[in-house]
Design a protein around this ligand. Sequence first.
Ligand SMILES: [Zn+2]
Length: 139
Amino acid sequence: MATHGFEPGHLVVCRYRLPSEHQPWIHGIHIGEVVEPGDDPATWNGHNSEREYCELARVVPVRYCRRFSCSGCRARHPEGFLQHDGADALTRITEEEAGLSLPAQVLRFIGLEALRNLARAHYPGASDLLAEQDKEVSA
Ligand SMILES: [Zn+2]
């Protein structure tokens, strides 16, 4: 059943969990998978179910970095981590986008300025991707 238009299994990124444009290398890009909220109040807070909480608070349950794990989470959270994030802050992404390299994800989800900063920090692969972008722009 959909939660605010998001179906279980949808892949997402969350706006406020992305690294900053200025320092995109600080942490990885957490790729999330929407999960089904529970219906049993006893397993939530005893009063409401997780689903009711999601409806009231306009949030969606998302498990980050399990199917697609960023480099930081791979060691620290091998099972990923579950969060309830604002439906308005979530963007659906494709399987292909979820599998891109960090520089390509930085460009896609944060922007060109972030990729420039990543290249300035000598992140592997960032300057090659940046060179490709500049070629496209000037072509
Ligand atoms: Zn992660």
